[in-house]
Write a protein that binds this ligand. Sequence first.
Ligand code: P6P
Length: 335
Amino acid sequence: ETKKKSGYEILTLTSWLLKQEQAGVIDAELTIVLSSISMACKQIASLVQRAVNIQGEDQKKLDVVSNEVFSNCLKSSGRTGIIASEEEDVPVAVEESYSGNYIVVFDPLDGSSNIDAAVSTGSIFGIYSPNDECLAEIEDDSTLDKVEQRCVINVCQPGSNLLAAGYCMYSSSVIFVLTIGKGVFSFTLDPMYGEFVLTQESIQIPKSGKIYSFNEGNYQLWDDKLKKYIDDLKDPGPSGKPYSARYIGSLVGDFHRTLLYGGIYGYPRDKKSKNGKLRLLYECAPMSFIAEQAGGKGSDGHQRVLDIKPEEIHQRVPLYIGSVEEVEKLEKFLA
Ligand code: P6P
């Protein structure tokens, strides 16, 4: 439904999804899964808001509760075959699914340690289409626990069958950012209606941007080529202006700023963590899909994140993401 307000049409996420379904961009099953995800995000938004308001509440638990909220919404959609969560050791086959059978991977509350300080946090998700082999295996649920892992690993080819990806940022406003493979759209939660309302269409990351977002506390642990890159960003050069450093320490907040203002966010590998910290399936791949759909890039320093073949559910990869010129500059330094 659209609501008239001061002369212009307001498009809610629900009505936007229905328009995409009518246009044949997504099918009814995916529409239902995406609606159930937006419902989970609304619930988590109010949990986070309350946690920030009522100090001392056990925030540590919030990521566990958020995982339950996400899982329950996906299960009750009846269209989700398997869920893989940052909060679950192994993927879970969903009994209640009777069609669609999508594989949904998510980090229900990324950056939750920031909640006590009211710093932005977010939910990140990716939706993969199941393949027949995987569906057949789920039917025969004799070895279900192994099936789920194999399904998620051999189905979740970010580059080929990641159908939709998005995040919900819980900040000064609650912003739902989504791509279904035809550009990137953002919706802001209007507390008056309790609805996500379309605010930006076909978002494009600026081709370059003089903001870099790295945790330089790890500088000594980085390899020399990366140190040279970071040192180069600090050199004022002929323009007389070096890059600016911005680091929130919450992937969703740092990424959203990069999506809108340009620049580069990086979480490199280092001497202590040889694959970096961020997870491929439910952090790096969804964010890279969004970045590419917005005309940017998502790289592990040498290749597209979306070309990486997952080997295990919680696999970590280095991540460099943002403006195409900035990511390509980084890749040249690391070559
Ligand atoms: P560090 C939060 O814990 C998180 O997973 C991301 O949201 C964030 O970008 C990163 O880790 C911050 O890690 O090591 O810089 O504190």
